[in-house]
Design a protein around this ligand. Structure first.
Ligand SMILES: [Zn+2]
Ligand SMILES: [Zn+2]
Length: 339
């Protein structure tokens, strides 16, 4: 099986891996290229190498038996189109045994070591026991479906911020940074009736925000003096976190989703948080319950999400896979596999 594997930071090569003779298998339709993959390629997140990247995977179940231990809604079987939840509970850690929440979850395309089909940069993905898969309706185009995984990350973050609700109805928000997480955040806020303002320094990404129907600012100087009740930081720099705090209204909430890797430190004044009743919510873990609503949201949003896929790479035609990472896409990039 021809695959793309990360040889070491800075180099993804064409590799060959054996097809497993047993266990559940997914025929990959499309895999999104995530900011986390860029961090791994850039050496900012360490993974065991060689590594098959790719954790945003949509595909069809190719092989499945009850004994494979795959968790899915009733009736899901061979031929069904599904999203694969990237992380799998280990079943063995303190969290799995007592908290109902794994503290050490292996993740497809990131931390799953070994020479198997462990990531979505491969036409087939070997599904390990405990994997959760979620049905993706046939009518949802791949260019939308691929947003479901990052959308679930955003919905989890909002649910952590507002308990059972993703965001209180009509909460206006500032979305800092309009990469794929920013796109998902804007769509989620718009779905709950809030006005979205995007703050993005890159003119191309700013024009993408306008094209998708969101207000877009080039710099913080243009923001209103009283600030925003909700700021979602998806800008990808430590400095954005500090300016996000400043841009909050009294009693506001900052949801931090821009520093998925250790990108360094930034100075903040704790008194700002204390005296202005601010809340800061982090979200590294995506909760499984958020995948089905994320799939529905990317399927149904009136926002033209497809337009945010700006780079489609055909797996079969690609001979230099490092090129996936050497240019920054205006929107999101995906790998398309032959069906
Ligand atoms: Zn991701
Ligand atoms: Zn565990």
């Amino acid at each position: 099986m021809r695959v793309f594997e990360l040889e070491r930071p800075g180099s993804v090569r064409v590799g060959v891996r054996a097809m497993p003779s047993a266990g559940a298998l997914l025929r990959v339709e499309t895999t999104g290229v995530c900011g986390t993959d860029h961090h791994v390629f850039g050496g900012r997140i360490a993974v065991p190498t060689p590594c098959l990247l790719g954790h945003e995977v949509i595909g069809r179940i190719e092989r499945l038996a009850r004994a494979d231990g795959i968790v899915a809604e009733a009736g899901v079987g061979v031929g069904d189109r599904v999203l694969v939840a990237p992380s799998v509970p280990c079943g063995d850690c303190e969290g799995c045994r007592g908290l109902g929440r794994c503290l050490d979850r292996p993740v497809y395309g990131l931390t799953m070591a070994g020479d198997g089909l462990t990531g979505g940069f491969s036409p087939l993905l070997a599904l390990v026991p405990g994997t959760r898969v979620y049905r993706v309706p046939e009518r949802v185009p791949a260019k939308r479906a691929v947003f479901a995984e990052p959308m679930a990350c955003v919905l989890s973050a909002l649910r952590k911020a507002y308990d059972a609700h993703y965001a209180p109805p009509a909460t206006d928000a500032l979305v800092m940074g309009f990469g794929p997480i920013g796109v998902c955040a804007a769509v989620a806020i718009a779905a709950s009736g809030g006005d979205v303002t995007v703050l993005e320094h890159d003119p191309e990404r700013r024009s993408l925000a306008l094209e998708l129907g969101f207000a877009a600012l080039a710099g913080a100087a243009q923001t209103p003096p009283r600030g925003y009740p909700l700021v979602i930081d998806s800008a990808g720099t430590p400095a954005a976190f500090a300016s996000g705090l400043e841009l909050l209204a009294w009693g506001g909430t900052l949801v931090e989703m821009g520093n998925y890797a250790d990108l360094g430190a930034v100075a903040i004044k704790p008194s700002d948080i204390c005296l202005r009743d601010l809340r800061v919510i982090g979200s590294g873990e995506t909760l499984y319950d958020d995948f089905p609503p994320a799939i529905r949201l990317v399927a149904e949003t009136p926002v033209a999400l497809e337009a945010a896929i700006t780079d489609v790479h055909r797996f079969d035609a690609m001979t230099e896979p490092s090129l996936l990472f050497t240019a920054r896409a205006r929107g999101k990039a995906l790998i398309a596999f032959a069906s």
